[in-house]
Design a protein around this ligand. Structure first.
Ligand code: NAP
Ligand code: G4F
Length: 328
């Protein structure tokens, strides 16, 4: 039975990946931080077969101990401060966790493997946010990185460290440059879930309107369940490598609003959406659209959920959740 260690088990991708690996017969270990993590119960309920180990990406000794217990064949480093807007307010913490945390994981992997680095494979959750002020359209593996946020800069550090460990030590280390991926498990701070939650609440008469920032930014949005499959496929390749994972389509926040409101029968949302500079970013990433050709060719990967299906899935989930919570 192969063994996998996942950091970020309490997050959106951690849960989908754990379900995928358990379904494939893996023994799965998840790293969880904090003395009383509020997501502990959710993880226990969603993936009861995962063994939870205490640790923090900023604490190398805790990672070394987790490796000792998990004895993993595959390591998926998904843990991070992942909310871009928050990274300006907490730039140093973001550097420590999202950036240096990757180095700690690579070092823990090397210490665990000792003389036999072939016994373990490593996945790093890199991000399309690294493309920032995009230098090429669509973005591919060779596109120059130009990050626009402390989060993006920290991800670039982790990305190049992963490549460096592959080149320096021959580690089977892969970096997935994943474009935005969403699901009913997406945190409510991200724009897709913020919109689908608000649309559901407006439809049910629980909320009057929604306040957003920049409506013109464009993102390449896919379904998280598809994207964790790409992570797994990377670690099944003979060599570590870097892959863009994306749908190849882009949509603005305005289009997201069109599709989400239309799904509940509201065609004109102009009076329901407000804008506030509070939600604007000091430096914006205006346009993301990925070219997933390499992932398609080498990994046999392709997305299975369209943009409109994804938005409908999230709105339907939020309608059900809000009905349950409100009793309406
Ligand atoms: P998420 O839902 O925000 O989950 C982040 C995870 O990181 C949580 O489990 C969180 O644990 C954990 N974490 C935070 N600080 C930690 C620390 N100091 N030590 C250990 N764990 C820590 O993110 P996601 O959407 O699942 O994304 C997974 C990864 O992919 C992240 O690295 C993200 O940056 C990257 N990524 C995401 C996307 C996307 O569109 N979703 C795209 C590209 C890359 P707590 O619950 O304890 O906070
Ligand atoms: O949903 P977002 O917060 O996601 P963002 O910044 O693209 O980051 C996500 O995707 C990255 C991959 O490219 C990941 F690496 C990262 O971890 C995260 O998962 O914002 C999307 C867009 C931005 O342009 C933002 O300015 O939506 C715009 N936006 C407009 N109003 C808003 C809002 N974003 C949020 N969160 N909240 C708003 O009210």
């Amino acid at each position: 039975m192969p063994r996998a260690l996942i950091t970020g088990i309490t997050g959106q991708d951690g849960l989908y990946l754990a379900e995928l690996l358990l379904g494939k017969g893996y023994e799965v270990f998840g790293l969880i931080r904090g003395q009383n993590n509020p997501k502990y119960g959710l993880v226990r309920e969603t993936v009861p077969d995962v063994t939870l180990l205490t640790g923090d990406l900023t604490d190398l000794s805790s990672l070394v101990r987790a490796f000792g217990v998990a004895q993993p064949d595959e390591v998926y480093n998904l843990g991070a401060i992942s909310f871009v807007a928050y990274s300006w307010e907490n730039a140093s913490l973001t550097a420590d966790i999202t950036g240096k945390g990757v180095l700690n994981m690579l070092e823990a992997t090397r210490l665990y493997a000792g003389d036999d680095l072939s016994k373990v494979r490593f996945y790093q959750a890199s991000s399309s946010e690294m493309f920032g002020k995009v230098q090429e359209v669509p973005q591919r593996e060779s596109t120059l990185l130009w990050p626009r946020s402390p989060y993006g800069v920290a991800k670039v550090f982790g990305h190049y460290m992963t490549i460096n460990y592959r080149e320096s030590y021959g580690m089977h280390a892969s970096s997935g440059i994943l474009f935005n991926h969403e699901s009913p498990r997406r945190g409510p701070e991200f724009v897709t879930r913020k919109v689908t939650q608000a649309v559901a609440r407006i439809k049910l008469g629980l909320q009057d309107d929604i306040t957003l920032g920049n409506l013109d930014a464009k993102r390449d949005w896919g379904f998280a369940g598809d994207y964790v499959d790409a992570m797994w496929r990377m670690l099944q390749q003979p060599e570590g490598d870097d892959y863009v994972v994306a749908t190849g389509e882009t949509h603005s926040i305005r289009e997201l609003l069109d599709v989400a409101f239309a799904h509940v029968g509201i065609d004109d949302w102009s009076g329901l959406v407000k804008q506030d500079p509070r939600f604007m970013r000091p430096a914006e990433v205006d346009l993301l659209i990925g070219d997933p050709a390499k992932a398609k060719e080498k990994l046999g990967w392709q997305p299975t959920v369209s943009f409109s299906e994804l938005v409908a899935m999230m709105v339907d989930n939020d309608l059900a959740e809000q009905r349950r919570l409100s009793g309406r």
